[in-house]
Design a protein around this ligand. Structure first.
Ligand code: GLV
Ligand code: MN
Ligand code: MN
Length: 424
């Protein structure tokens, strides 16, 4: 039985009537394989607070409760499933997210949750006695695919986003986060920095599918995060003259779609001009969006990343300047608004070294993808483990993890948690 010892107030939880040693990461993933399938792209579309995501969080809570964990949802919608008394401020937390990008893979997020449940089982089966409490956390809107800001739950929790701004974020249907959160049972007035919840967290360790080819190239199943690239999102709005597709001569047009297309090319060129930067327009929305209508405006969502966040700013400045020039050539107007910005994260070397010692042979990797662990790192000691993805492809149905690697990842997580839970 996993139970915390040390301190009289620490209650013993974790009573598990039926220990299913048969639970495996792939077995758990199979249980949710039909939730939120995307019929158009394939893969999964599981936006935060959608039916699919609610089904997944309900599924997670049932699994946590079956393991005897105390489950509660905090003021920002983060779900915590805990063993032990959290008031010591020394808990070890693992977890990830259950929301997805549109048409995403099966592993980005859920691998970390399923591995956390299996790691908990393995610790119980080992019968070891932890010195501190253990929690599994599920963070909402990690992808930012509904309200635009990535890692929204962890940003709210840590105070990295102004709650008024968060409340007024809108989804594609125009619903505000405040409205959707309220409909999901959260009180939007209480969104925002939650020092009480954070005070319980000693260390956060997130396991995640690798979203590139690092581990494939090194022939290793599991790696340890060294850093997360600096990254951010910007909303570029090009405004022109909405008009008729047949009666407007080419010479008379102020077509924001033409500017938008040229801006997309300029984004690529700006990234190529700054080695090791990545810049993407993955979403473009014309208004009103009719085949025989010259759009009156087009919104592009820009994502820029670089190992050094100063270079992110340089790339975005180059794009902004070029977008202004291209808009002027078409007689359009352009605005560039920052939606979110995350500095480069270097995970603490002491914790990294400890993980390297616990998981010998696991290489250090720099993550091109953002994660809640990167946001939490500003407030609590944080680290990450990655599990090999044989395709190297992510944010796509092609994302993959072999069954043996998934179980190796859960064992690595259990070993790392055990080391953290017994650390003096
Ligand atoms: C999340 O996976 C991101 O890096 O955008
Ligand atoms: Mn993720
Ligand atoms: Mn992702």
């Amino acid at each position: 039985m996993l139970r915390a010892r040390r301190g009289t107030a620490r209650t013993i939880v974790g009573i598990m009537p039926e220990l299913r040693s048969t639970d495996t990461v792939t077995g758990l993933l199979a249980e949710i394989a039909d939730v939120g399938r995307d019929r158009q792209r394939g893969g999964y579309s599981r936006p935060v607070f959608s039916t699919a995501e609610r089904d997944l969080t309900g599924w997670f809570i049932a699994h946590a409760q079956r393991r005897g964990l105390d489950v509660h949802t905090d003021l920002n919608g983060v779900i915590w499933a805990s063993s032990g008394d959290l008031s010591s401020g020394e808990s070890v937390v693992t977890g990830s997210h259950l929301d997805s990008v549109p048409g995403g893979g099966a592993f980005d997020g859920p691998l970390g949750i399923c591995s956390a449940l299996v790691a908990f089982d393995r610790l119980q089966q080992r019968g070891f006695t932890p010195l501190r409490p253990l929690s599994i956390a599920v963070f909402p809107e990690e992808e930012g695919s509904r309200f635009g800001v990535a890692c929204l739950g962890s940003r709210l929790l840590t105070g990295a986003i102004d709650p008024d701004r968060a409340r007024s974020l809108r989804d594609a249907d125009g619903n505000t986060l405040a409205e959707v959160a309220a409909a999901s049972g959260l009180d939007p007035r209480f969104l925002g920095q939650d020092d009480g919840t954070l005070a319980a967290v000693g260390t956060f360790l997130e396991l995640h599918v690798e979203q590139g080819r690092g581990l494939v190239d090194l022939s290793k199943p599991v790696g340890i995060a060294r850093s997360i690239l600096g990254h951010g999102r910007w909303r570029i709005t090009v405004e022109g003259q909405g008009n008729h597709a047949g009666s407007t001569l080419m010479a008379d047009r102020r077509d924001p779609m033409v500017t938008a297309a040229r801006v997309v090319v300029a984004v690529r060129e700006a990234a190529l001009a700054h080695p090791d930067s990545r810049a993407t327009v993955g979403r473009l929305t014309p208004v009103p969006g009719g085949t025989n209508v010259i759009a009156s405006s087009v919104t592009l969502w820009l994502d820029v990343r670089h190992p050094r966040h100063e270079i992110v700013a340089t790339v975005v400045q180059a794009i902004t300047t070029e977008a202004g020039r291209l808009a002027a050539e078409e007689g359009c107007r352009v605005t560039v608004a920052e939606e979110s910005l995350s500095g480069t994260v270097q995970f603490p070397t002491g914790l990294r070294d400890m993980l390297s010692h616990t998981l010998p042979g696991s290489p250090l990797l720099d993550s091109g993808a953002g994660h809640d662990a990167g946001v939490l790192a500003a407030r609590v000691e944080s680290a990450m483990l990655f599990v090999r993805n044989p395709t190297g492809v992510s944010h796509s149905p092609e994302e993959q993890v072999e069954a043996d690697d998934a179980e190796a990842g859960a064992i690595a997580l259990a070993d790392a948690l055990q080391a953290l839970l017994t650390r003096d």
